[in-house]
Design a protein around this ligand. Structure first.
Ligand code: AKG
Length: 303
């Protein structure tokens, strides 16, 4: 569904000014949005999953481990598809606290695509270079929105998300490097052209929530603090927006309608999107692809 049709529906939880800001900036930050009882349940569920990871020795389809991970010191980069691992996450992703918010920016009929929980353990978990999301999971239009929830809050030292204001209205940049590797980052030439004044960083208390359009350039830095930075990241789209490549992250819930009704016709946006590699052959999490690229080339500037 295109933004004009979304805006023809009355907003449910956002003000019209907030919706206008989302569509003009490509992101929106909502301080302390998720209520404390939900945060409590989500953090308990996360603790259970972190406990499950203690005896995992290599990254796998569920847990992406960080350097130093050990049974007595679990260090996680990510839990992939947490909604498939613990029922509380799926209950939350289907609750109106999420689906009404998604509806305000994708329209009343909302479809779930995938989710991850970027735990980003303390003291050294890597950042994520500047990138755009949609080339990893192209859709027939650009309605997909990632809703990011800081489960315990995030300060400047914890590697918060940063966004380039208005970049969703510009071009989609290649996420491949010069060797043809899909590294999920834009090249240095693009990074150098980012006006510093257009960069906005999302910090905030527990429950602070960000809405991120799938075309917006964003990234994050290393977590240098003594605290993990758990960020839950469900992705939704309009029901009439369809992914047309195999997803890098799979879920039993992919394609579920979590609000409203299924579409009978697809929505199309003619702006082109570079295709990702065929993930049926395997998926390298972005940090690993970026790390391999850095090992191949000299250190670079930027995130
Ligand atoms: O967790 C982070 O710091 C970055 C996440 C991100 O940019 C993404 O998942 O697209």
């Amino acid at each position: 569904m295109n933004p004009e049709d979304v805006l023809a529906n009355k907003a449910l939880v956002l003000t019209e000014a907030q919706r206008a800001a989302y569509f003009s900036d490509g992101f929106l930050i909502l301080p302390d949005y998720v209520p404390a009882p939900w945060l409590h349940r989500l953090r308990s569920a996360m603790t259970e999953l972190v406990d499950r990871s203690r005896h995992v020795t290599r990254s796998n389809d569920i847990f992406v481990l960080e350097d130093g991970h050990a049974p007595d010191n679990p260090r996680l980069h990510r839990v992939t598809s947490p909604q498939d691992q613990h029922p509380v996450f799926w209950e939350f992703m289907c609750d109106s606290v999420m689906t009404d918010l998604a509806a305000d920016v994708v329209g009343p009929d909302v479809k779930f695509h995938h989710a991850k929980l970027n735990v980003k353990s303390e003291r050294g978990t890597r950042g994520f270079k500047w990138h755009q999301d949609i080339p990893a999971w192209p859709h027939t239009d650009y309605s997909p929105v990632t809703i990011g929830i800081y489960l315990t809050g995030c300060d400047q030292a914890q590697g918060p998300l940063s966004f380039v204001r208005g970049s969703h209205l510009g071009p989609l940049h290649s996420q491949y490097d010069e060797t043809g590797a899909f590294v999920v980052r834009v090249c240095e030439e693009v990074v150098r052209a980012i006006p510093p004044e257009s960069i906005v960083t999302a910090t905030g208390g527990p429950g602070t929530t960000v809405l991120l359009n799938c075309r917006t350039i964003h990234g994050s830095q290393e977590n240098r603090s003594n605290h993990a930075r758990p960020l839950l990241l469900p992705v939704y789209s309009s029901a009439d927006s369809f992914a047309y490549t195999p997803s890098p992250i799979v879920s039993q819930h992919m394609g579920d309608i979590v609000r409203g009704k299924p579409a009978r016709f697809a929505s199309f946006d003619p702006r082109p999107c570079e295709l990702p590699p065929d993930f049926r052959g395997g998926y390298t999490p972005p940090w690993m692809a970026q790390q391999k690229q850095e090992q191949r080339s000299a250190p670079t500037l930027g995130m």
